[in-house]
Design a protein around this ligand. Structure first.
Ligand SMILES: NC(=O)c1ccc[n+]([C@@H]2O[C@H](COP(=O)([O-])OP(=O)(O)OC[C@H]3O[C@@H](n4cnc5c(N)ncnc54)[C@H](O)[C@@H]3O)[C@@H](O)[C@H]2O)c1
Length: 270
């Protein structure tokens, strides 16, 4: 029991709930879910009530002091807070709100010295391993086209500010063209994949297109990469999570798979 790695979850929504259940069931010999945290206490209570060995409900700092590994599945704001504290508390982090890492170059440069690990799961896309490998050569250009049904854009402030009512969109419409930083600013909850591509490709030139399509039921990401040695095309069509339609089911599975890679000896894919 004492040798088990203590894990803390920040954010008890679509990803945090599923990952907590996975830790309890699949990692029980290697880890314990020590505590969970959510700014909405009801979400935390609801999650704890679903677990056989209920973890503590605590504040973020309580987790930072007591656990070995924190899984952030909350928001860019929560990820930013954890990133500023991780070097002080020397805790490993899994970050889902990947946009936070784009503005955290200085922290990323320091983590090696502090012997802290920060993991970014592949999330809602595939091919991140290949893009990471290609970053060691020369990537010329990456294009990302993300299309989602209107429900994937509920309560988006950028759309509200531009008087775009997603319920009035009747055919496929491009609502954004730009670079990764702009995409994250306008769609912080929708475009983690752009941030993941940017980090994996060591900040290559990426054109991001975001589309709303009322005729689709899946979240679709189409990625093309041109490098000096390789042309890569990835198309992913994801079923959205029932709890949060902005989140693809694959993103939840990718965290579970990353945990398997961290905790078990045999691991496939880089
Ligand atoms: N990397 C990827 O490919 C990928 C894919 C999907 C979602 N995400 C990101 O992962 C995060 C979680 O997604 P989700 O679908 O589980 O969201 P969700 O809305 O279902 O759950 C998020 C939970 O975090 C809580 N929360 C928000 N800010 C908080 C804070 N500062 N402190 C404590 N709790 C806080 C909310 O109350 C909510 O219960 C989001 O930021 C989302 O954008 C990343």
């Amino acid at each position: 029991m004492n040798n088990k790695i203590k894990i803390g979850i920040v954010g008890c929504g679509a990803i945090g709930s599923e990952v907590s259940i996975f830790i309890e069931k699949e990692l029980k010999d290697k880890a314990i879910l020590w505590g969970v945290c959510d700014k909405d206490i009801k979400k935390a209570e609801n999650l704890v009530s679903r677990l056989k060995t209920p973890p503590r409900i605590c504040e973020i700092d309580g987790l930072l002091k007591n656990v070995d590994l924190i899984i952030e599945c909350a928001s860019i704001e929560a990820a930013n807070y954890l990133l500023t504290r991780t070097l002080i508390f020397k805790k490993d982090l899994i970050i889902l709100s990947v946009g936070a890492l784009i503005g955290a170059k200085k922290i990323l440069e320091k983590i090696e010295k502090y012997n802290v690990k920060i993991y970014v799961p592949s999330g809602a896309i595939c091919g991140v391993d290949g893009i990471g490998a290609l970053s060691l050569g020369k990537i010329k250009k990456i294009t990302l086209v993300s299309s989602k049904p209107p429900t994937g854009f509920a309560q988006n402030k950028y759309l509200e500010k531009n008087n775009i009512d997603v319920t009035n969109i009747k055919k496929e419409t491009t609502i954004f063209k730009g670079n990764v930083k702009q995409a994250i600013k306008c769609f912080p909850q929708n475009i983690n994949v752009a941030a993941t591509l940017s980090l994996a490709s060591l900040y290559s030139n990426i054109d991001v297109y975001i589309k709303i399509n009322p005729k689709i039921k899946r979240n679709i990401h189409f990625i093309t990469v041109q490098s000096d040695t390789t042309r890569l095309t990835v198309s992913v069509e994801n079923i959205p999570s029932k709890i949060n339609p902005k989140t693809s089911n694959l993103a939840i599975l990718s965290v579970k798979y990353l945990l398997k890679k961290i905790f078990f000896s045999f691991c496939v894919g880089s």
